[in-house]
Each structure stands twice: as structure tokens, then as C-alpha cells.
Design a protein around this ligand. Structure first.
Ligand SMILES: [Zn+2]
Length: 169
């Protein structure tokens, strides 16, 4: 079923999918099979670059929101989360949130699931691109540098993917 958020964006013409391109809130997006990212990561074995990509994805969105809407941080978090939830990576849930630490989880991480289907159970977490996105979000909304790690991953045989984000003083 189409997400309520996307449906609202489409009916209010804040999102358009045409032959000329995809725009959401006047920002250009593009679409590719998730498997291409999974294969790229497996072939390059470069988690750091994947994290950087995730970081830039989030940064592009937040910078655009700030410029386009001049909205406050809290609202950026809500919009950001709504966009993430229709990105195809899965739905993000907040497990715990204190001043210095945020714990997020993906109950159904499509990236990790696909990674495991293609390459089997992994010894290390694989969701670097998602860590990068979360890291950027928390950095931009908290104004502090953030240390981020994935503490459980579906690709390692865990039930969910869990992400721990700590602000560094
Ligand atoms: Zn994971």
C-alpha cells in the first residue's frame, strides 16, 4: 500500500515522478535497485565510503530543507524520518533517546536482508550507508559531532539492525 506520507506529497504536488525526473520538495532524486548498492559494497569492501555516501544523502536533504523552508530542527527530524521511511531501506524506530545518546533500530532492514540473501551471514554489520545517514541527521539536529556504530545487524543473524549514536563533547 502507498504510504500516507507519499500519498500526501503526491496529492499536494510536493512530489512528482515524471519522465523528466523525480522531485520531492523541489529536490532531485533518483531511484536504483537496492541490490546495486549491496553489490557495490561487497565488491569494494569499503564500508567507510558507503558511510560517506549515506552521510551525503542526508546532508543534501537537510541542507535543502533548511534553505527551502527555513524550518526548525525538530521539524527537520520529522520530515527526514518520513522521507527515510519511503526510501526503501525500511522503517526507522526510536528505541531510546537521551541528551547524548540516541538508539535507533530497523526491524526490517532491506539492505541487510538482501546482503545476507546474496552473500550469506556476515561477521560484521553491513549497514554502513544507513549509519552515515543517521550520523548526519543527529549531527545536524544536535549541533555536535557524533560517534555512530551498528551494534546488531540482521546480516549477522540478529533479529534487528540497531544503531547507537553518541554525541562527542
Ligand atoms: Zn544492519
Amino acid at each position: 500500500m502507498i504510504s500516507a506520507f507519499l500519498s500526501k506529497l503526491l496529492t499536494t504536488r510536493q512530489a512528482s515522478f515524471t519522465e523528466e525526473g523525480i522531485e520531492i520538495f523541489d529536490l532531485n532524486f533518483n531511484m536504483q535497485p537496492l541490490l546495486s548498492l549491496v553489490r557495490f559494497q561487497n565488491e569494494t569492501k569499503d564500508g567507510e565510503k558507503m558511510e560517506k555516501l549515506g552521510y551525503f544523502i542526508s546532508e543534501s536533504i537537510i541542507a535543502h530543507f533548511k534553505k527551502r523552508f527555513a524550518i526548525e530542527e525538530k521539524k527537520i527530524s520529522n520530515l527526514w524520518t518520513n522521507l527515510f521511511d519511503i526510501s526503501g531501506f525500511g522503517k526507522v524506530e526510536v528505541v531510546d533517546m537521551t541528551k547524548d545518546k540516541t538508539i535507533l533500530k530497523l526491524g526490517k532492514s532491506n539492505f541487510a536482508k538482501l546482503y545476507t540473501e546474496k552473500y550469506g551471514i556476515q561477521k560484521e554489520p553491513v549497514c554502513h550507508i544507513i549509519i552515515g545517514m543517521f550520523k548526519n541527521l543527529i549531527e545536524k539536529t544536535s549541533g555536535s559531532k557524533v560517534e555512530a556504530k551498528e551494534t546488531s545487524c540482521i546480516a549477522m543473524g540478529n533479529k534487528v539492525c540497531t544503531f547507537e549514536l553518541k554525541t562527542i563533547r
